[in-house]
Design a binder for this molecule. Structure first.
Ligand code: SAH
Length: 226
């Protein structure tokens, strides 16, 4: 890539940040967020989304749209990635679990903010490619494992937060159990090709679990593992 291309992508990324700002404003009544948090905004401005999409999609990488990443899977719309990240209130020092590594873009966004990201991908080719990509880009604090996200990652639990990036028919109990007291989970819930809602699950410090529907969304399905 030439220096001119790199500069062009930086400019496109800056414009994307403004577009996502506008979507936060437009959805403030539903989400309760009036603006991106400073760390999420900085991560969105920094992570090179064009490196996470196939070569033929690179020119579209900074549109605020989902994009195909192969195998019928998609990288989510940047606004949804930013909002999901904000919903779990990430902080330096935290350990976070992601279900559905896909391209690795969401994992990279998290890795810019928290200390350690564990990410599980069901499809071996996608998981291996994402792990390799993250390593090349210098994200040494992301660990990718091939497996079934429904079971979570009990050896590394409990987590400060969990982000599920594929839609499940219901909230998997094993994942709620792997949240720390006070921990948060974001998960799209609903039919695989129908109406879905992005849910925020909060494991309150007193042990009760609170659920809140945040936004109507459309994600690829969380496939039951074998
Ligand atoms: N977070 C990704 C996009 C996720 S698309 C990114 O930033 O690019 C959803 C991903 O979930 C797909 O890669 C799909 O293969 C994966 N997936 C589906 N069912 C799964 C399961 N049971 N466990 C783990 N991953 C799963």
């Amino acid at each position: 890539m030439s220096a001119a291309d790199a500069q062009d992508y930086a400019g496109q990324r800056a414009r994307l940040v403004l577009e996502v700002d506008a979507m936060y404003s437009a959805t403030r009544a539903e989400t309760g967020f009036t603006a991106m948090s400073a760390p999420v905004r900085a991560a969105l401005a920094k992570v090179e989304r064009h490196r996470f999409v196939p070569a033929d999609q690179q020119s579209l990488a900074y549109r605020n749209h989902p994009l195909p990443i192969g195998g019928g899977q998609t990288i989510s719309q940047p606004y949804i990635v930013a909002l999901s990240t904000d919903l779990v209130a990430p902080r330096a020092g935290q350990r976070v679990l992601e279900i559905g590594t896909g391209s690795g873009y969401q994992a990279a966004m998290l890795a810019e903010i928290v200390s350690k990201v564990y990410s599980i991908e069901l499809v071996p080719s996608l998981g291996k490619e994402a792990a390799e990509r993250l390593r090349t880009l210098g994200y040494a604090n992301v660990e990718v494992r091939i497996g079934d996200g429904y079971a979570g990652w009990p050896e590394q639990a409990p987590f400060d937060s969990i982000l599920v990036t594929a839609a499940a028919p219901r909230v998997p109990g094993a994942l709620v159990e792997q949240l720390k007291p006070g921990g948060r989970m974001v998960i799209p819930v609903g039919a695989s090709h129908g109406a879905q809602q992005l849910f925020l699950i909060w494991n309150r410090p007193d042990g009760t679990v609170e659920r809140k529907s945040v936004l109507a969304v459309r994600f690829v399905p969380l496939v039951p593992g074998k």
